[in-house]
Design a binder for this molecule. Sequence first.
Ligand code: BTN
Length: 321
Amino acid sequence: MVKQNILKTLHENCVSGEDIASKLDISKEEVLDQIESLKDDGYVIELSGKEGYCLKETPNLLLPYELKRNLETEFMGHEVHYFKKVDSTNEVAKQLAEEGSPEGTLVVAESQSRGRGRRGKKWVSPEGGVWMSMILRPEIPPMNAPQLTLVTGVAVAETLKNECKLDVGIKWPNDILIGDKKVCGILTEVSATLDKVDYVVVGIGIDLNVDVDLFPPELRNGATSLKIELEREIQSVKLVQKFLLNFERIYGEFKEGKFPEILKEWRILSKTIGNYVEVHKRGRTVKGEAVGINKDGILILELEDGTLNKIISGECVHIKK
Ligand code: BTN
């Protein structure tokens, strides 16, 4: 808390150690310690005889204080758990949810040692990406919980589109693409009893400032990052704040029963509908034209012989015909 108050003061003005000490009612030694600790976090703070301590640079990290500063949401991101390195933010979020953390809690990490993707895949999560998980507690039937993946996809895609003005779209069910390359994945995990959702953890991985050339060869071609597309470093805090605000609004609509309206938006953002696709599931492959998704978010394929096939889940690959 002391650290946050010092930061708040420094964000407003340059200030002397003495003034910080008297304002926060702490000793000058503690001010020094806290300033050193802020420098360790990556803040660039300079001391000049005339002005005192001046904040020159804020690190491009999702530090809780920075995330909460100027955050306009009502509940999303009001509790933030930050880690430099963690196994998987989804795992931490599930643990916190079991312990009772409220709806809107966010777990963020600079890197993950065992990031998890869909279908049991590993998710490469080096420094520079946004690796985060949200805890949600919607009062919905468990069978509707997977819809939250599509809801989140719309919120991510809209945020990236508005903030970065790129050709952003969604590949069914939940990959966010720029052009035809993946920039973000979403992993939704649900804890429920027969008739009630206890909590949902939605994990989001955005390749923000990562260098995809360092990814394993099999992932390199299909992946991109915002930094590559925009040819500049992206500020993670502002982007995540915008996302949280968008997500809170769309999630609010979802809880009011407006999933059909959200699906309309999903269809507009979809890069899958109208494409020829292969869907792989448990060693089987189904091929056809993706002609739509139905009211439950299920993909409808028209096969070669003209029959329609409903695909509930699977790995979807866009193919050129
Ligand atoms: C996918 O396979 O497309 C989903 C990837 C989801 C990755 C994110 S990164 C943050 C969160 N923690 C994890 O271990 N996975 C999700």
